[in-house]
Structure formats: C-alpha cells, structure tokens
Design a protein. Structure first.
Ligand code: IVH
Length: 670
C-alpha cells in the first residue's frame, strides 16, 4: 500500500509539472500521448483504490452533483474595477494625475497588460490547496463558483512547490479563446442549439452553470493579473515581480505583459498591441496600465470603485453596419426634439441595439442621413449608441428624407426652430406631458431636490394618470394615490411620502437649479442664490441687473427673466413654497461660494495636498485658478520651492499665502 501511495504521489507530481510546463511555460517536455498515458495510469489506480483520491488530484476537476444555487462569497479585499481612457490625452492626463499625487517628476514605471475580455474571478488557496473561487459580483461579494473554476485546466488545484503564503488569493480573468468559441458555436449550430453572441458571453454563461460538468465541457481558460488577500508571507515590492512569483506557483500570466518606463512607452505598447489584436488567440478590448511599485500604489489609493494607479486604455469602439428603418422624435425637458433612429437590431459593443441618437436636425443634414439608409453605428461602453455615418456606396433607391415634424409628437403643439439654432422645440412648455415628465425627473434628481425613489417609471405613471400636472402636485400626493399605483407596495408608498417630506428642506441654490430654467445649471443657480435674498427678488429682476452677475450673459439673463415673468411658473413656485418647502437662507449659499470672483495662482509644492486637489477645492468654493500671475491675480499660494511666480507676485504686490494661511482660508478662518 505504501508503495502504491508513493506511485500515486509521483504520478500526480509529474502530471502537475507537465501541466505547468505545457500551460504556464508554454514549453512541454513530453508529447500529448505520453501525458495521456500518465493520466490514465493515475485514473486506473484511483479507480482501484478510491480511498487514495484527494480533492487536489488532477483527475478531480469535476464536482459530482449539480448545485441548487450559488452561495455568496464576501471579498475580504474588494475587487475593484478600472477607470477607462479612450484617447491619448486621457492617458496623458492619467499620468499627470499620478505625478501630481505622488508629487514626483521623472518617468513612472508602469506595467502594460492586455485588457482581457472575460470575467474577473478571485481564487483562494489555503496551505496551497484551492479552497474557494468567486466571481467579482458587485465588487464586495460575488458567487461561489469553486466547482466550475476547478474544471479549467490552467487553474492549479494545488500551488506548485513548497514556498507559498499560508493564504493566497489570486485574481484573474476567465475567458474563452477565439478558437474554442468558434468550435463551441459550430457544435451548437449543428445540434440546432442557440449560439453565443461573443466569447465573453460564452465564458460568462459557461462559468455560471450550476452543473460543473457542463462547465468542464466548455473551452475556458484563465490569465492571472493580480492578488487579493495574502497571509503568512511578504510579497515582492512590485506588481510585476508579484506576477512572476504567482507564475512560479503555477498561475498562468499573460505573455504580452511588459514593464515600461514612462507614459510614452505605454502609448507605444498600446499602438503595437492594437495592431496585433486580431492575431491574438483571445479577445481584448484595450490595454491596462498599472503603476508598478506597490508603495506608489498605496500612496495613490483609489476613488470609489477604481484605483488611481491603473487605467484601462480602451480600443476605439466597434462600428457596425445596419439599416435605419424609421426615425422618431423624442421630446426633452426643455422641449428640444431629438431625432432617434430605429434600427434593424445589431450586436455592437457587447449589446444588441435597436435605437441610436441622431442628435439634432443639423447633424442629420451634415451626415446626410435618410430613412432606409445603410449606416455605421457605434456604441462605446455605456454611452448612447450613435449613427456615425451613412454608407453611400450602392445606396438604396427607396430612401426617405427625415422631416422635422410640424407638431409635437406628444402634445401636438407647434414646433419652433429659432433661426441659427440647431435645436427645434415643442412650444407648449409644461403643458406637454413629455416636457412635464422630464421636468419632474430633473426636479427630483440627486443634485436638485434629491427625492429618493422618484424614478423614471414612477414619474411616467404619475403624469400618465394625471396625478401630477405641475411640480407642486408632487407635494400633495396622498398615500392612497401612491399605494394605488401599479407595482407600488404600501411600504414603498410610505417611503415615497417620507422622501418627499424630507426633500422639503433644501437650499435656495438647489431649489433654483431644480426649477429647470433653461441654461441655469448648478453653478449659475449658486450665483443667483448668492446674489438675491428672496425668490420674489427674482420675479422683478431685469436682464441688465442679471448681467452684472459673473458668468451670466444676455442669453441666460433672458431665459431667467422670461421664466420668472411667466404667470404659470410663478404660481407653481408659490404653491411649492406653500406646501412647506423650507430653503435655508442664502447666507448658506454664500458660504458655499465664498471665493467667487477671486483669482488664485498656485506655485511650488504643498505638503498636505496636491496642486490638482488645491485647484479643485478652490474651484468648488467659486474661485478661478490661473496659470500665471498678473494684475488680475488676487492671491498667490506659495508652497515649497516656489520660483518665478512668487517673485512676480512680490513685484506686483499681490498677497502671498503660505500653506498654513491657505489651509486656514480654505477652512473658512479668514
Ligand atoms: S486589474 C484593481 N487587469 O477589467 C484592478 N483587470 O474594468 C482591477 N480586466 O474587473 C482589475 N484585463 O475583469 C485587471 N489585465 C487586467 C485586466 C482586467 C481585464 C477586467 C477585469 C476587471 C475589469 C475592470
């Protein structure tokens, strides 16, 4: 028996090592047939001595029973996502941010990697044994796909060698190679089964099988690109060395990964890999740049869900041909009509699209788009799909011109297009249900009155059922009315009423912004709130007076006066106030923008914040930040090693703030 145990161990070690040489090193030292002989031998012995079977034996890649559902796995270290960049200037700006935050000059060392188009997983090894594998999920917790991950030939069931951390989570991308994808679809087609739309969907569908035998039959593969939890060992100081370390442990890393110096070499890598993209055996949708030093990564940290030390530089969006079958016009908040093309559905950029925006009639003219035209459409990430251009070669004969409607498609009021403006509008204002809906959505939005739970679907229902005609009606909704709506439970109805009540306490500037006056964004609303003490002041303001306020020009001034001189608008505002809206005194707004009209120049290095942070903080308080010192400069902030700008400020007698004076000013102690 001891003898058999030894043979089994030798066979397993040998199979694992050959697997490693084949998959990870891409340097096999025996033939496939020789490998099969070893594998069969092990299977035979295990069949005769089932008591010798261990979970990490290379024969044990398929779990026996299908699962009922996937368990949830919490990620001890969240699985982050990546910020995207599309242009060279996005990439240069990323590099600049890295420099600013690290407060260093000189070239940064980056690791360039292909951005694999699959799905992220985290695999946990304890004492070298694979114990758990999870999908990314929402980044905080994912699904337990251990059984499925074990079926992927390139995933080690046991880490290689004896030198590994007690606990190690490795992270990587599960994907389906192009060849495997095509073969899978050919088989599906032959059997009359449904085909997968792309390798990524095929990989995701295969990994999310409750029966791991199905997963095992799918050609999945994995590349590892990072780590999560590590216990019991200090890892190298850089990302790249860590990748080499996990490679030694048997985790396959992508062959194209390279360390480079400086952002220009990143761009060169992108260029080269882009050219080779179609020749690669797997799909990629861009490249990823990662700051190599872990110390620098820690300093950089992350914002919301993405690290500041990495950027995904995406390849240009895919463009695909289809046909415009019809064009309809959508009515926006200000009545603007947007032509929307209905398309013969096509799969582009990872989703099927059947609509695309044509922006406005000028664009339609410029691109010479007709109904019935063959066109190229593009969809990049989450942006709205758009028509890029018309294919004029062999143009169909029966194409039809796109006509701006004479009447609003929703309320049938007249459409007006002011000379010289690209945008045509419905003229009935808030009498138009489409505009009313959009106005309410805007009023409720997070940066306006922030009415939690008042989403698009609910607004549509409220307007369609004539429960809400003006903004003011929102505050007279009753429990019975809300609870009577479709898909509205009693609890949700009460939550809605609570949210409405809560929104009644707001600020003057938010309220002005939420009214949806044309061209009045948040910044202008803040300016107005600062300049005027009461709403009633705005009722009688003249265009001339408005134009004395910074950044308000004749057009915005006209929109504001015509909004407040409209009787209907005034009665809605009065009703809103009567329903109990309390607006904090505009002193509060003044506090929000204390530096309005002031110009700052930053020079030298600050200890407690970067130049970019200082600039953002100042701008949030209303200040302008200029690049050079002139008579128009109000303050110069001088950090360490300030040079010529400081000298100039002294010459011009401009107040100079050192770091502590500046911080005191930012915190309001001035
Ligand atoms: S690193 C904190 N490296 O892209 C860094 N991700 O958009 C997080 N992806 O969820 C991931 N190739 O699924 C990294 N070389 C690569 C990648 C990569 C593809 C995916 C991954 C991630 C998503 C983020």
């Amino acid at each position: 028996m001891k003898q058999i145990r030894l043979v089994v161990k030798q066979l397993r070690d040998s199979i694992n090592e050959h697997n490693y040489r084949y998959h990870v090193q891409a340097n096999p030292t025996i033939s496939d047939t020789e490998f099969d002989v070893l594998f069969k031998k092990l299977q035979e012995i295990e069949r005769a001595h089932p008591e010798l079977i261990t979970r990490d034996s290379p024969t044990q890649r398929v779990g026996a029973k299908p699962l009922k559902e996937f368990a949830e796995v919490r990620h001890d270290i969240p699985m982050l996502s990546l910020d995207n960049g599309f242009t060279d200037s996005d990439v240069l700006a990323f590099d600049q941010r890295v420099h600013d935050r690290l407060a260093i000059s000189g070239e940064i060392e980056y690791v360039c990697e292909p951005k694999l188009d699959g799905l992220a997983v985290s695999i946990r090894y304890e004492q070298g044994q694979l114990v758990c594998a999870a999908t990314r999920g929402d980044g905080m917790s994912g699904e337990d796909v251990t059984e499925n991950i074990r079926t992927i030939p390139t995933v080690p069931l046991h880490l290689r060698g004896n030198f590994f951390p007690a606990v190690l989570e490795v992270r990587g991308e599960v994907y389906m190679p192009k060849k495997g994808f095509l073969e899978l679809n050919t088989r599906a087609e032959a059997k009359g089964e449904k085909q997968f739309v792309n390798p990524r969907n095929a990989a995701a569908g295969s990994l999310r099988q409750l029966d791991s035998r199905i997963t095992a039959s799918r050609p999945l593969a994995i590349f590892f690109y990072g780590i999560g939890v590590v216990e019991g060992m200090t890892l190298p100081d850089t990302h790249y060395e860590t990748l080499l370390f996990i490679k030694e442990l048997g985790c396959l890393i992508n062959h194209e990964i390279q360390v480079v110096k400086g952002i220009n070499q990143c761009l060169a890598y992108y260029e080269k890999l882009g050219q080779r993209r179609i020749t690669l055996p797997y799909e990629i949708d861009g490249v990823v740049y990662k700051v190599n030093s872990f110390k620098q990564q820690t300093t950089l940290g992350f914002v919301s869900r993405a690290p500041r030390w990495a950027l995904a530089h995406k390849f240009p969006a895919e463009e695909i041909q289809t046909i415009i079958t019809d064009v309809e016009f959508q009515v926006g908040r200000t009545g603007a009509l947007t032509p929307v093309a209905r398309l013969r559905p096509v799969f582009v950029g990872g989703a099927t699209i059947s609509n695309a925006t044509l922006h406005n009639m000028d664009e339609v003219k410029r691109k010479d788009i007709h109904i019935g035209d063959r066109v190229l459409v593009r969809r990049a990430g989450d942006v709205i799909p758009e028509v890029v251009s018309v294919i004029t070669k062999n143009r169909p004969k029966n194409i039809k011109a796109i006509q701006l409607p004479i009447h609003c498609p929703v309320c049938h009021a007249k459409i007006e297009q002011i000379k010289g403006e690209a945008i045509a509008r419905c003229t009935s204002g808030l009498f138009c249900p489409a505009q009313r809906k959009e106005a309410i959505k805007h009023f409720a939005s997070r940066r306006a009155m922030d009415i939690e739970g008042l989403g698009d679907k609910l607004v549509d229902q409220l307007v369609d059922q004539h429960l809400v005609t003006t903004l003011a009606d929102l505050y007279s909704l009753t429990f019975t009315q809300l609870a009577g709506l479709e898909r509205m439970a009693e609890k949700s109805a009460q939550n809605m009423l609570d949210a409405l009540e809560k929104s009644k306490t707001s600020t003057f500037s938010r309220f002005l912004y939420s009214l949806g006056i044309r061209e009045v964004g948040e910044a202008t609303a803040k300016q107005l709130a600062m300049h005027f003490d009461h709403l009633s002041d705005l009722y009688k303001v003249t265009e001339e007076e408005l134009q004395t306020i910074p950044d308000i020009g004749p057009i915005v001034a006209k929109h504001i006066t015509s909004f407040f001189s409209d009787k209907h608008n005034r009665s809605v505002i009065d009703k809103l106030i009567a329903s109990g809206i309390v607006l904090q005194k505009n002193k509060k707004d003044r506090q929000l923008l204390p530096f309005i009209g002031k110009t700052f120049v930053l020079t030298g290095t600050l200890q407690s914040l970067t130049r970019l942070e200082a600039k953002e903080k100042l701008e949030n308080l209303g200040a302008k930040v200029a690049g050079s010192v002139s008579n128009k400069t109000h303050f110069v902030v001088a950090g360490e090693d300030a040079g010529s700008k400081l000298k100039k400020a002294e010459e011009l007698n401009i107040p100079i703030l050192n770091e502590s004076a500046f911080l005191a000013m930012l915190s309001g102690q001035y």
